[in-house]
Structures are given as structure tokens and as C-alpha cells.
Write a protein that binds this ligand. Structure first.
Ligand code: COA
Length: 144
């Protein structure tokens, strides 16, 4: 498994994975492409034998970074890919001058929360009925 930066031609496959991994509210191709076009955005992906198996994106503005998305295709989960992508996003945040990183996670998403807790994120506050299906969101924060 290798990590590399997103290229524009990866976005179609990333948008397919986004639909697979976030069936409730996936980002569209257009939203992913708009993020990719922003100077503040950095995208990394994992590859296995030339196949994209996971991806993540972070926006860094001044001293604050926001993890926009992180996901691994189901057959490739529990092998450390999510952690590798997350650690690379943390490195990018640090290298670009961020002092803290925020992310949003559904309160039911135990798998993701465990991964974030293991990597130094802490619960900051909740947003009630944040998602369109009424689920609450936990905002997590990591000081760098
Ligand atoms: C969250 C996600 C990215 C994790 O990717 P992954 O490659 O499986 O993660 P890792 O293998 O690096 O796992 C890291 C740790 O997270 C926790 N974890 C991951 N999946 C878990 C699961 N299904 N149940 C419980 N804990 C889990 C474990 O503590 C794990 O460490 P361990 O394997 O040593 O026990 C993946 O489950 C995913 O893509 N989910 C759907 C999209 C999503 O919810 N993204 C996050 C949005 S905020």
C-alpha cells in the first residue's frame, strides 16, 4: 500500500468511493473537484496494485486545519490504511503551519472515532441534528 497526492484524473474514482463509503450524504464529483481546485486543499490517497483503496482531504487556512473527508474501501479496511492517510493529513497540516485540526464525525461512527482517538483527537463539542437524517455530529480537535 502506497500513499500519494490526488491528481485531477483520480477524482472520478474518489467520487465512486465517496458514494460507497458515505451512502447517506456523499460529496459529488463537482464538490470534490472544487475542493481539489482550492490552494488551501491537500488530498492524499492510498493505492494497492494501482487501484485507489482510500483517500483523505484536508484544508489548511492560517493556523487551523479541517479534515474534509477520509475513507477506505470496505475490502481494504482494518489494515492500517485509514491511519496512514490520517497521519499524512496531520503531517501536511503541521508542515503548512496549522496549530490545530478539526473534524466532524457522526456520533454513531465508532470505527472512525476510535481511529481519531488513537491519533490524538479529542471530542470538542457536539452539533445536534447536524446531518440531514437528524443524526448528531461530534466535532473533534487535535492540538499540534
Ligand atoms: C473510518 C475508516 C476510514 C477507518 O479505516 P481503516 O483503514 O479501517 O482504519 P485502520 O485499519 O487504520 O484502523 C485504525 C483503528 O480504528 C479503529 N477501527 C477501525 N475500524 C473499526 C471497526 N470497524 N470497529 C471498531 N474499531 C475500528 C480501530 O481502533 C483500529 O485499530 P486496530 O485495527 O489496531 O484495532 C473506515 O472504516 C471507513 O472508510 N469508514 C467509512 C467512511 C467513514 O466513516 N469515514 C470517517 C468519516 S468521519
Amino acid at each position: 500500500m502506497q500513499l500519494r497526492d490526488w491528481k485531477y484524473e483520480d477524482i472520478l474514482k474518489i467520487s465512486e468511493l465517496e458514494t460507497e463509503c458515505f451512502p447517506q450524504e456523499p460529496w459529488s464529483f463537482r464538490m470534490l473537484a472544487a475542493s481539489f481546485d482550492s490552494d488551501a486543499f491537500h488530498g492524499v490517497l492510498s493505492e494497492d496494485g494501482g487501484e485507489i483503496t482510500g483517500y483523505g482531504g484536508i484544508t489548511v487556512a492560517a493556523d487551523t486545519a479541517d479534515i474534509e473527508n477520509i475513507a477506505v474501501s470496505e475490502p481494504y479496511r482494518r489494515s492500517g490504511a485509514g491511519t496512514k492517510i490520517l497521519r499524512e493529513l496531520i503531517r501536511i497540516a503541521k508542515d503548512n503551519g496549522a496549530k490545530k485540526i478539526f473534524l466532524e464525525v457522526r456520533v454513531s461512527n465508532v470505527a472512525a472515532m476510535k481511529m481519531y482517538l488513537k491519533n490524538g483527537f479529542k471530542g470538542a463539542y457536539a452539533r445536534t441534528r447536524y446531518y440531514s437524517d437528524g443524526e448528531d455530529c461530534l466535532v473533534m480537535e487535535k492540538q499540534l
